[in-house]
Design a protein around this ligand. Structure first.
Ligand code: D61
Ligand code: MG
Length: 417
């Protein structure tokens, strides 16, 4: 099915086939399940059940870092499952979020009342916390510290949507920037990356903000339908619209202006992302960090000036995702991908858009910082002759098949009538 969706993009068909046939080994699965305890294997099962975006890249990490990141993910997924649960009253939720880090040291703690799709990580929390306690202290401290700070931060925004753009940054810092900060500490602790990577909280924060803002922009409709509001009032309020009002047909122009302002805001994180990625030395860490970022820039490009944000789901094709994933293995190819998508946004900036000058300015900065000789073109031209030949060959086979079949079956078919 995914193959059909990419049929107009031969290079994606190629990427999908390459990935299916085994190209995925470069980016996924270095796990040796035979050497793992059953308990840890179960944790990796939880990872695959709860993360479509991160399971593959986490499993491809080198050495002991892989288990630390897997457990970091599961602990925060459990915390986020508490945050997201709209059926929990705040009297229950607030103390749980604040105390969550202490549950890591409590072998019995679990929570059976969640109604969320990822409730398994709360119901089976003892499986996760047992593995957490086996990590070396340096990993445990980083994970516990981030869990404590994130849980506290989540309580600040439980009933409050972010008003100002500064509060938007603050909310995103709590739920995603802190993930970037914690991950960077784990990278440095593993010695796969330098101490510098573990200390630069500003760059690490930007890695998370770029991903989280992209998700918030893309998921506007779904979130509003569930009565969750993550778009900052500073962006939509100046049009006199109310919370969630961007969905009303009469507000389409405001909605588009607001959307483009937030995409522009998110693009400001791209320079930090490039500097961060430029400091990485280990290939598995690089892939783990770069792949989500290139997915995000592709998603932002798709969202920019796209009215479908307010009526349905806007996503990138699996073929596009796989093509980028196979490519995003060096700083130069990441720069090429960034250039490709920022140029695509640049082409669509309309002079009527109130944010147009700011959008053009940030795009030009991104383009300057992404300069490289590497290209990420659609590469259709390269594949075109091959694609045509395959097409002709396929038609010939199909034609042969039908005429051949008909010459044998024809008489019988006619008798059937
Ligand atoms: C390098 C590589 C991966 C990075 C990174 C740097 C920096 C930050 C992040 C990943 C975090 C990005 C978060 C983007 C996805 N957003 C969510 O999942 C929202 O929940 C946020 C709180 C829980 C975060 C859990 C998490 C996520 C990814 C990880 C990780 C922990 C640990 C290690 C690796 C990756 C979002 O969830 C709802 C949904 O999308 O279903 C929400 O509730 O807003
Ligand atoms: Mg959440």
């Amino acid at each position: 099915m995914e193959l059909l969706r990419s049929i107009g993009h031969p290079e994606e068909v190629y990427a999908l086939l390459k990935y299916k046939i085994g190209g995925c080994h470069t980016t996924v699965a270095k796990c040796d399940y035979d050497k793992m305890s059953d308990n840890l294997k179960t944790c990796y099962e939880f990872l695959k059940l709860t993360s479509r975006s991160f399971a593959a890249v986490i499993q491809a990490l080198d050495g002991e870092l892989r288990d630390a990141v897997c457990l970091f993910y599961l602990v925060l997924r459990a915390l986020d499952t508490v945050e997201d649960d709209m059926s929990l009253p705040n009297e229950v939720k607030i103390p749980m979020l604040k105390d969550f880090y202490s549950y890591l040291e409590n072998p019995q703690w679990k929570f059976m009342e969640s109604t969320e799709k990822d409730k398994i990580v709360l119901e089976q929390f003892p499986v996760i916390s047992a593995e957490f306690r086996k990590l070396s202290p340096i990993y445990k401290e980083a994970i516990s510290d981030v869990t404590k700070r994130m849980g506290h931060g989540m309580t600040v925004y439980l009933d409050k949507a972010p008003d100002t753009l500064q509060q938007w940054d603050e909310y995103c810092h709590y739920v995603a920037g802190l993930v970037g900060i914690g991950l960077s500490r784990l990278f440095a602790a593993s010695k796969l990356e330098s101490e510098e990577v573990g200390k630069d909280d500003k760059l690490a924060n930007s890695m998370g903000l770029f991903l989280q803002k992209t998700n918030i922009i893309r998921d506007y409709l779904e979130d509003v339908q569930q009565n969750r509001h993550f778009w900052p009032k500073q962006a939509w309020g100046k049009y006199g619209t109310g919370q969630g009002d961007l969905l009303k047909p009469g507000n389409q122009q405001y909605a588009m202006a607001c959307l483009n302002e937030l995409v522009t805001n998110a693009l400001h994180h791209v320079p930090d992302v490039l500097v961060y990625l430029g400091r990485l030395q280990n290939q598995s860490v690089f892939n783990f960090c770069a792949i989500p970022q290139v997915m995000a820039i592709a998603t932002l490009e798709r969202c920019y000036n796209n009215p479908n944000i307010f009526t349905g789901v806007v996503k990138i094709r699996k073929g596009e995702a796989v093509k980028m994933m196979l490519q995003a293995t060096s700083l130069d190819s990441v720069k090429a991908i960034m250039t490709h998508f920022t140029l695509k946004i640049k082409e669509r900036v309309s002079p009527d858009d109130p944010t147009a000058p700011a959008t053009s300015a940030v795009i030009d900065r991104c383009l300057r910082l992404s300069q490289t000789d590497t290209v990420y073109a659609s590469q259709s031209e390269r594949f075109f002759p091959l694609y045509i030949s395959c097409g002709i060959l396929l038609s010939a086979i199909v034609w042969q098949y039908y005429t051949g079949l008909y010459s044998i079956m024809g008489p019988y078919l006619e008798d059937e009538k």
